[in-house]
Ligand binder design. Sequence first.
Ligand code: SF4
Length: 378
Amino acid sequence: MREVLTHSTESNPFASEAIKDVMDLCLSCKGCKAECPSNVDVGKMKAEFLQNYYDSKGIPLRTRMIAHYNNLNKVASLLPRAYNFWFGTKLTGELSKKLMGFHPKRSLPELHKQTLRKWANKHLNRLNQAITQKKGQVFFFADEFTNYNDTPIGIKAIELLTRLGYEVILPNHAESGRTYLSKGLLKDAKKIAQKNVQLFSMLVQADKPLVGLEPSAILTFRDEYIDLADADWRPKAEALAKHTFTIEEFLAQEVDRGNITAEQFTTEKRLIKLHGHCHQKALSSLVPTKKILSLPQNYEMHLIPSGCCGMAGSFGYEAEHYELSMQIGELVLFPTVRNQPEEVIIAAPGTSCRHQIKDGTQRLALHPVEVLWRALAP
Ligand code: SF4
């Protein structure tokens, strides 16, 4: 890339098909950010490259559609049953996917019948008021995937937090911007990052942290937002990042403080196999997840020694990447999941990882908070 950029004769050296071809196969999993001895962050370079490339060549329709996932879902969520029927029916679904550049064999994420925000408007006050022994307050980040698709997981997370004694506050915030970041639309992502930094830096404090379910969304506060925030807001973005946690990190801290104990959970025996999210491995750790999933007295958690699941946001949906995506899944993840007896719980915090496991093995994977919600003592 350096060679092409240095010797290019183009007015915009980024308008290079050669670099685009190379970058096309990067999944933006951030594996290199954590594992490369030179700390090369190819995902970040890919995003920077694509923004510059699109500035010259224009933004393709599929890229726009994926990036505007939140806006499209806002409209589609007015008629979620019709949307699910259309994309779930073989004829209309396959035709639409083909026209949009998605692989016909790939299932698309279904819309839930109500958004998490609508549910929270009806139920959150009641759950907060039912807390008998309050241990603290948390701001909850209703990312675009949890809000529209994984609503039941968001509900269980809020129920789990309030049952454990934490008042949940759901501010009216912007989406995470992950879909723009993964497609290289950094100018749009910057506006979203700035909005979230401005809002949450006024609210979030050490004793009122921000927590989120989807690693690729909540961890943007600790990674890309610090680069994207306006220069005069960067110190605030850095301070905010220090109090922003995945829900597993938050719960594990509370276990360490003695605020959450094994007595609050079942004594039933269960084995859990965990597939970690790439961004979680690169920017956080799987240790907090191991801690909380091993908290119920007779729960045991083993890590699946997998790398990226192969879905990587929209990558595995795209027609030209589908076969490669499934090949990546077949390396370790799919065979390991297929070999597990029915009673073993498969856990994966990433929404696209769970989707990939479903498409590749027909097994249902749970978010770690769903596992803990099920394990709550009556
Ligand atoms: S696929 Fe992942 S590890 Fe490979 S270059 Fe891209 S971000 Fe880095």
